[in-house]
Design a protein around this ligand. Structure first.
Ligand code: ADP
Ligand code: MG
Ligand code: MG
Length: 890
């Protein structure tokens, strides 16, 4: 096989073999653009080297052959004393990777050739500047010398001369600096700076190969799931010089604005400079537009080339170029990074220009970008005082008065105050406070802590795990490093996208994209925001092609209505436990404490009309669309007082000899219901089977509500009843029998056919493994991938983030938490086989997914591929899921 490709031999589709940089250099060469000649050593050669510790036997001869050809083209030899050919040795993997080796410029210079270069260029200073750069870069990246040492010497030379910038050093200064640099190399490495040009080149090539396996590169690959065996290519490119005086320079450019997508002239230029000076920011660059005044012919040529590249790549490109004495050279191009907003705008602009079609436009954006565009942001120009930084758990920018408990959060927000709820950590009792708050700040817990998960679900800003902030809920204050104290009522601002916490009010700018989804801004309006227009069009493309339907997780009419505005096609998960909280908690207590059937029925009878009213509202908001109602799922103790608090209360009362009968019974019940592993305990379908009448009451409430909607309002309710935590078909059969009886009663009494369906969640491994049997008794499956992930991995979602997930992520065991993105190989394969088994039993079985994964971009693609009918996610994630479902199908 062949290990070396001339730039004329490659093309942009050979990124696997030639790396991104090499493939694009070849593409530009073949487009006839002015690229300095050179060649690329393939990733295959790198792989052989990494496997065997030696370059492939044929490589040396091939490099020699290509180098000789290059020398012939250029009319000079590498490092030739009187007229040296110089080259750069540039790394370039398929994916650009931080932690990989940098580029070494000016290879071929030596004590022998530096004066030849000076004579040829007619510029002594330039030659010594190039040489000192070589020793500096080579010393640092190839020989592993601490770069600071060179920097210090350079600084010292400038200080000694009393100048600020490197261009003010003259030939003699630079020559002296070269001497010092060589001393540094000799002292640090125990050998002299290599003078032999080919040895310089070979060492640099090998250093690029080796850099594939630095710790940082390895870690980065594990986290980004880039295979470890791709290897990197190496580009050897003849040098062109931007440091040959004021008619030379180097710059970077974008074919359009990467921040807004607007067409125009974007970039930076630096006169009399080489390579990395622009990015390193050592001198002030000028805007690219100024090049027109500096060197009009080069400027015009560059503009023309940029247009050629955009048309050719059909996308925004970024570019590195150098001008050597009025001659323009292209040194790199690639499809450029851009902001989320620009991605949407550019995609639609390119459609309008006829460069890409709608399907391609969908591939040019993604759900993460859309999500980013949906959050309000802090005004970047504002002055701020940061008091802490922690985990960015749920994006957005929130400002409000600090409150330290839910009660105050609710009370203050009712009187029109904006509040930030600050807790050490949150639990289900904080829910009302979280709903009332603008944002949530906790000092404990990670990305899957209660606060983080719930906040993400609600689309509410959350910063969590701010350990440097000491939260004292009793004294209602927070202490930040430096003794800054935030008291209840003080204003603070939290940024859920960066994790930053600020004292005081930072101004916020709302998201026009949300205004659009909410229907408060219209894409058709003349003065509509360009971004909104672009989002509107892309969403239309996505909706046109997607096969997956998108439903919402919503428990109340307000969420349901918003979900509908955001494009939900029904509710995939209505949790009923929220309907048992607040003032209704007392009734739940009565139900749990009931000794007799009569007591129990009385308690249930009290709950029935309340539940029914909830459902009526929900069915109204989702009229004509399916609403999946999950029967009660969480363990009952969650509805009872905290065991410690209650024990203390009872003990105190007893010591005063006025123990309250109800408290005593409650305490007994709490003890009885106490479980070591409530997550694996009495919950879900098990509750329904153990507490007589509970599920029947819920089914009746659903059926009555549906009947009412049908009869009184002539509505079109489409309820689906869902049984949680089923492990075997027998459980489902028992519940179904009872439910069908209740439904039949209601239908007979109200004279309607309700067409209720009854299905189950698949959230236990056993359910997934016996899905074929379970389907006999289920009209639909909804994969509860949160619980399924917990039970398949044996991870407790509430604990693992804080305990060992960070270590797992650091070690690269997973690149992303399996609670965030579905674990395709494990949990995902169970979903796939259960879907197949279910459909084998019942071909019309409806399949969906609810839980965090339903709104996660990568997971949505997986669910599309597995053939589910819908995903369900929180209202705020619906546009993201629609977009990703479209991208998966396009
Ligand atoms: P990176 O991937 O870090 O951008 P590059 O290989 O592109 O590394 O090179 C770093 C800098 O050196 C860039 O500004 C590039 O334009 C410049 N450079 C690379 N090769 C040459 C060359 N042959 N002649 C002039 N400048 C070069
Ligand atoms: Mg570059
Ligand atoms: Mg569950």
């Amino acid at each position: 096989s062949k290990f070396v490709y001339d730039f004329t031999e490659g093309n942009k589709d050979l990124k696997d073999l030639l790396g991104g940089k090499g493939a694009n250099l070849a593409e530009m060469t073949n487009l006839g653009l002015p690229v300095p000649p050179g060649f690329t050593i393939t990733t295959e050669a790198c792989k052989v080297y990494l496997d065997s510790g030696q370059e492939p036997a044929a490589l040396r001869a091939e490099v020699t052959e290509h180098l000789e050809a290059l020398e012939a083209t250029m009319g000079k030899k590498l490092g030739q004393a009187d007229n040296p050919l110089l080259v750069s040795v540039r790394s370039g993997a398929k994916f650009s990777m931080p932690g990989m080796m940098d580029t070494v410029l000016n290879i071929g210079l030596s004590d022998a050739s530096v004066s030849g270069l000076a004579t040829q260029a007619g510029d002594e200073r330039f030659a010594w500047d190039s040489y000192r750069r070589l020793i500096q870069m080579f010393g640092k990246t190839v020989l592993g010398v601490d770069g600071e040492l060179f920097e210090e010497a350079l600084e010292e030379a400038k200080r000694a001369k009393g100048v600020r910038v490197d261009v003010d050093l003259d030939a003699a200064d630079l020559k002296a600096l070269v001497g010092q640099f060589k001393d540094i190399v000799a002292k640090e490495t125990g050998r002299d700076f290599p003078q032999e040009p080919r040895e310089q080149m070979d060492l640099a090539i090998r250093a690029v190969f080796d850099s594939w396996n630095t710790d940082r590169a390895k870690l980065y690959r594990r986290q980004e799931r880039i295979p470890g065996d791709l290897g990197t290519a190496v580009n050897v490119c003849s040098m062109v010089f931007g440091n040959l005086g004021p008619d030379s320079g180097t710059g970077v450019a974008f074919t359009r604005d990467p921040a807004s997508g607007q067409q125009g002239v974007y970039g930076d230029y630096l006169q009399n400079a080489q390579g990395e000076d622009v990015v390193a920011g050592i001198r002030n660059t000028v805007p690219l537009a100024d090049l027109e005044g500096i060197d009009k012919p080069s400027y015009d040529e560059l503009m023309h080339i940029m247009e050629t590249l955009e048309t050719h790549y059909k996308d925004l490109c970024d570019i590195e170029f150098t001008i050597e004495r009025g001659k323009l050279w292209m040194l790199q191009t690639r499809v450029g990074k851009r902001t989320a907003g620009a991605a949407f705008r550019i995609a639609t602009q390119l459609v309008d220009q006829g460069l890409i079609d709608e399907a391609e436009a969908l591939q040019r954006v993604n759900g993460a970008q859309l999500a980013q565009l949906m959050f309000p942001r802090f005004d970047e120009t504002a002055k701020t005082q940061m008091i802490g930084r922690a985990i960015a758990a749920s994006p957005g920018a929130a400002v409000g008065k600090a409150v330290f408990d839910s009660y105050t959060a609710v009370k203050w927000s009712r009187s029109g105050e904006k509040v930030i709820l600050i807790r050490r950590e949150t639990n289900p009792d904080d829910l009302n406070g979280m709903i009332a708050a603008e944002g949530i700040l906790t000092s404990r817990g990670g990305k899957t802590s209660h606060a983080a998960v719930v906040a993400r679900g609600m689309g509410k800003t959350c910063v969590c795990g701010a350990e440097e902030l000491e939260v004292d809920t009793k004294r209602r204050c927070l202490t930040a490093p430096g003794g800054i104290v935030v008291e209840e009522g003080d204003l603070i601002s939290i940024d859920g996208s960066s994790g930053k916490v600020y004292l005081g009010e930072v101004p916020v700018v709302p998201s026009p994209v949300v205004e659009y989804f909410e229907g408060r801004m219209h894409a058709g309006a003349d003065d509509a925001d360009e971004l909104v227009k672009a989002v509107h069009r892309i969403m239309a493309y996505a909706d046109r092609v997607r096969r997956l339907r998108v439903r919402a997780n919503a428990d109340n009419a307000e969420d349901a209505a918003r979900a509908r505005r955001f494009g939900a096609q029904g509710i995939g998960l209505c949790r009923t436990e929220h309907m048992f909280l607040g003032e209704r908690r007392e009734m739940v207590e009565r139900l749990i404490l009931a000794d007799t059937d009569a007591d129990r029925e009385a308690a249930l009878g009290g709950l029935l009309p309340l539940q029914k009213a909830d459902f009526v509202e929900l069915f109204e908001a989702m009229d004509g669309l399916p609403v999946t109602v999950r029967l009660l799922d969480p363990p009952l103790h969650e509805f009872l007082p905290d065991i410690t608090e209650l024990s203390v209360r009872v003990a105190l009362a007893e010591s005063r000899k006025d123990a309250n009968e109800n408290d005593l019974r409650l305490l007994q019940a709490v003890h009885k219901l106490h479980e070591q592993n409530p997550m694996l305990g009495l919950r879900g379908v098990r509750l329904g089977l153990v507490i007589p009448g509970l599920f029947a009451m819920q089914v009746r409430a659903i059926a009555e509500a549906a009947a009412e909607r049908k009869n009184a309002a002539k509505g079109d309710p489409r309820a689906e009843i869902m049984i949680p935590l089923v492990g075997t078909v027998q459980e489902l059969e028992i519940v179904r029998e009872e439910a069908e009886q209740v439904i039949a009663e209601v239908e007979a009494a109200r004279g309607v056919d309700l067409k209720l369906t009854l299905g189950t969640m698949i959230e236990l491994p056993r359910a997934a493994l016996t899905a074929g049997q379970i389907a006999e008794s289920a009209d639909f499956f909804s994969f509860g991938t949160n619980d399924l992930t917990q039970t398949v991995w044996g991870f407790s979602r509430d604990d693992v983030e804080a305990s060992f997930f960070t270590a797992y992520l650091e070690k690269g065991i997973f690149g992303v938490s399996p609670f965030e993105t579905i674990d395709k190989d494990g949990v995902g394969s169970l979903v796939r086989s259960a879907a197949e088994a279910g459909r084998a039993t019942r071909p019309d079985l409806k399949l969906g997914v609810c839980g965090e994964h339903g709104g996660d971009p990568e997971s949505v693609h997986f669910f599309h591929e597995v053939g589910l009918d819908y995903v369900s996610c929180s209202p705020f994630r619906i546009p993201v899921a629609r977009l990703e479902a479209g991208r998966a199908a396009a």
